[in-house]
Write a protein that binds this ligand. Sequence first.
Ligand SMILES: [Zn+2]
Length: 398
Amino acid sequence: MSRTLQLAEQLISRPSVTPEDAGCLDLIAARLAPLGFVCERLDSGPDSFRVQNLYAKRPGAVGASGVAPKTLVFAGHTDVVPTGPLEQWSSPPFTPTHRDGRLYGRGASDMKTSIAAFVVAVEEFLAATPEPLIDLAFLLTSDEEGPSIDGTKVVVEQFKARGERLDYCIVGEPTAVERTGDMIKNGRRGTMSGKLTVLGIQGHIAYPQLARNPIHQAVPALTELAATAWDQGNAFFPPTSWQISNIHGGTGASNVIPGSVVIDFNFRFCTESTAEGLQARVKAILDSHGLEYQLDWTIGGQPFLTTPGSLVHAVQQAIADETGLQTELSTTGGTSDGRFIAQICDQVIEMGPPNASIHKIDENIVLADIAPLTNIYRRTLENLHAQALAACAAPGAA
Ligand SMILES: [Zn+2]
């Protein structure tokens, strides 16, 4: 049995439904410590929802140029989503099971096999290159699938406070479509929600001159918001979109003008717009219609984009050498912890196995996808080390 498969099965056997870690981080730390990693626990949150976080870092060597090594962090989560009805599973979700050339179990593709593959990739890389010109790190949390408040988000806040910067980040989320390597994510859209309450004056519908109808007042402003082109998008993102999700107004009676109407809306925004800029434009439109209103904002995540550079090239080359595939760069899909890490790391890539079965009953990974995943990660490390060597030979060329 391959070392990656063995470790993946050990992790799947631990029932780590958010925010439980069930010993996964201790298992990983025990593998990393003998390799020279300094393991730091940054657990956070109340006792009722204690989130476990591990930061493990191994300093690299300073090359001939004397420049400090760059830091590559592998980011991921040990938690899994709930199983759903156990009787619908073909085999118990926390008992790794082989069937039809696949490994079944909760977390098999999201994302315990990725974690195992990166640990083994680092072990293999260090065996061949004991003094790499790169710092290696792991940032793992037991809450990515849940509220994600005390996981990577708080760790990044602590890193900001202590001035810790990262250079390259690989998030092990399942990004592939058909086979490992066919798609990676180099960015994600931001998400921001607004709750708008337009205020009027309640009254009898037969005496509108004594009332003020907030629905009538809101509709022209909503029409303008819906018709607004917020930006044109760019080569990596579609245009920013604004959508209403809910409208609530009225007392239920057919003879009452309501006193208020509540509109929920959401922006999915690209890197051509900022949260602050969009908020200002919404406010300007509402003000231009003379509305009396309250507006509360919730920013779910900032957008990020990693344009092709050192990390993208290292990953693309690793995928091409291992699989022969020209990988597709994509920014589609929901959010991930990459949105937090991008605040302290210029180059963030998500790369993992196919995502067809994630969060489903009978989650699985194709066994034949596991070796390529490990090898792509190891080749990426080799490529980044080679880039650092080349930069030593020709300073400033990196
Ligand atoms: Zn995941």
